[in-house]
Write a protein that binds this ligand. Structure first.
Ligand code: NAX
Ligand code: ADP
Ligand code: K
Length: 541
């Protein structure tokens, strides 16, 4: 697992490092060295153009330029201001050192001049804006960013691609598209979320100091990015000594006359994810249509109200069935009305692992007038509880109905409000989005995000089914619950990649994921075993 720190905490680590005897100047030297090494490792270089901004990110660039020049590379620096007028004392010092060492530089080039230099470049080092960047890139950096992206050169970004917020992952004015980002000290959330997923390229971590790892952990990471090997704990010993019930029985509660398909897909996804016995319970008015789609899965129809959702009469029977299952998933396509709200509140009182998705979450919002974090007793229970809100659902749960969390870290914070209000229970909030955080009481995990084709109606229903099947396999302790949820997200993403191979990167529909879930599970398990054994997936082929 790799710790991810908020940018303000990275600054704190930087200060802590100075207290432990590693000066800022030394950190900058090492940062520049890491970047230079990355470029030199590309081998057989043509000209390298280093674009330096006016802050310490630019300072890293000047250091790298001097080191590369000393190693024999043909290097030149582009700077918006004369090196001697840099305001950051550190950047000033390293820029002067590079100039004294004879590194050629060009001040305030026009777009045409810049384009001409970049056209000759084999590699561009982007040291314009780092963690000190906020807002939109102002002139001339907006123009320089365009020029880099138009150049076709191989781009190595220093710490963060310029224009991208290392904190939020937003890049409202455009950002450099890097092939590689050499990031200092630790991962930052903006690199892993929002536009960061598109523009960072391969992320190379430069810890800069041997104390960094300890200090980063002490600085209380906002989340941890999962490595494949971490999922070892979620794997089950393969055994033939099973029956359909011991493989896990799942009850899916959902559907309405408006949305029968969501519940059908969730049930199929649970079955394809290894649950031995799945039952679907829906309002009786849609039971027949559900049965025509489900050969293996029994469909139980319960009384329907005038709105085409479960009526009050369904509640007792649902609870009776729930108590006999190893996991219950409630919400897909269910609709929200007084009757379905009462179904959700009764299921919360059942002593069975429970996944609440979609309209079950909207029911929770309704029960708590959008402030679930003020009603922790509602979700305090013995058995595990997983909530799988997308950002809008999450906003509705924590008092921001019209204003969903706008970044990964905002989503993690919202999820934490729920989890921490609850306190000690087995709870995990899976805050879904283009990057997803699985937030438990002790830890927030970031599974590797799936492809963008997951952004399609119904893909959340499929994820709900996977979650339920994995929880149904048996006891999941509090401390591994977020890991199991993260594993479910990666299986979901893996299945989406397989579906994209068959249907194209834009053609995937949620139902296409389902048939790939079994293969995705097998492949993920194999990758975990290989990673634990220290074999890369390519070597394993
Ligand atoms: N975190 C660390 O431990 C280390 C950080 N270092 C480097 O220092 C960087 C941070 O340095 P700084 O805090 O000086 O910040 P930056 O160099 O990232 O940016 C600050 C400069 O950019 C300008 N700026 C900010 N927003 C702008 C916008 N929208 N348009 C145009 N200009 C804008 C500011 O006026 C200032 O001149 C890191 O990204 C990293 O590259 C390394 O030198 C060494 C270690
Ligand atoms: N751009 C994206 N890249 C990767 N995964 C995404 C992206 N957008 C959404 N997802 C994932 O797709 C799923 C969508 O779930 P959800 O919004 O609940 O869909 P629905 O309600 O239509 O079923 C989530 O698992 C989410 O993390
Ligand atoms: K940069």
């Amino acid at each position: 697992m790799q710790p991810v720190l908020n940018v303000e905490d990275v600054r704190k680590v930087e200060q802590d490092l100075t207290l432990e005897g590693v000066s800022l100047a030394e950190l900058m030297r090492r940062a520049g060295h890491a970047v230079a090494q990355e470029v030199l490792d590309l081998g057989n270089l043509g000209p390298v153009v280093v674009l330096c901004g006016t802050g310490n990110n630019g300072g890293d660039g000047w250091v790298a330029a001097e080191l590369m020049a000393k190693a024999g590379a043909q290097v030149e620096v582009m700077t918006p201001v004369e090196p001697e007028s840099l305001k950051s004392p550190l950047a000033l010092m390293v820029a002067q050192s590079a100039v004294n060492a004879g590194v050629p530089f060009f001040v305030a080039p026009s777009r045409d001049e810049l384009d001409a230099h970049l056209a000759q470049a084999a590699v561009v080092v982007d040291a314009l804006l780092g963690t000190g960047f906020h807002g939109e890139p102002a002139a001339p950096f907006d123009i320089w960013i365009d020029a880099v992206n138009a150049s076709g050169a191989h781009v190595v970004a220093v710490d963060v691609p310029s224009g991208l917020s290392a904190q939020t992952g937003h890049a409202p004015g455009g950002a450099v598209f890097a092939d590689t980002t050499v990031t200092m000290i630790c991962l930052k959330p903006g690199l892993l979320s929002g536009r960061g997923r598109d523009v960072c390229g391969a992320i190379v971590l430069a810890p800069l100091a041997e104390q960094a790892e300890r200090l980063v952990v002490e600085a209380d990471p906002v989340a941890w990015r999962c490595d494949t090997a971490d999922y070892l704990e979620t794997l089950r010993e393969p055994t033939a000594d099973v029956d359909k019930y011991s493989r896990g029985s799942v009850l899916v509660v959902g559907g309405s006359t408006r949305f029968p398909g969501a519940a059908v897909m969730a049930a199929m996804a649970a079955a394809r994810s290894g649950a031995g016995y799945v039952t679907l319970v829906v309002p009786d008015r849609i039971a027949t249509v559900c049965r025509t789609h489900l050969l293996e899965i029994p469909v139980v129809g319960l009384p329907t109200n005038e709105e085409g959702m479960f009526s009050a009469g369904a509640r007792t029977e649902i609870v009776k069935m729930a108590e006999q299952r190893s996991c219950v998933l409630c919400g897909p396509g269910m609709g929200v009305c007084a009757d379905t709200v009462s179904v959700v509140s009764s299921l919360l009182e059942c002593d069975v692992p429970l996944v609440l998705d979609a309209d079950a979450l909207n029911a929770l919002s309704r029960m708590t007038t959008n402030r679930l974090d003020n009603f922790p007793e509602l979700i305090r229970r013995e058995a595990p509880l997983v909530l799988t809100p997308h950002r809008r659902e999450l906003g509705r749960l924590v008092g921001q109905p019209g204003e969903p969390p706008s970044s990964l870290t905002a989503a993690l914070e919202a999820a934490r409000r729920i989890v921490w209000a609850d306190g000690g229970s087995d709870i995990c909030v899976v805050a879904k989005g283009e990057s997803t955080g699985c937030v438990g009481v002790e830890i927030a995990l970031l599974p590797k995000p799936g492809p963008a084709c997951l952004a399609t109606a119904g893909s959340g229903d499929v994820l709900g089914g996977i979650m339920a099947a994995l929880l149904a396999r048996g006891v999941v302790e509090n401390d591994v619950l977020p890991l199991v949820c993260a594993f479910a997200c990666e299986v979901h993403g893996f299945a989406a990649n397989l579906a994209a191979e068959a249907h194209g990167s834009r053609g995937v529909m949620a139902s296409d994921l389902i048939g790939n879930l079994g293969l995705a599970l097998d492949a993920m398990e194999e990758q975990v075993s290989l990673a634990v054994a220290g074999v890369s997936p390519e070597e394993g082929e």
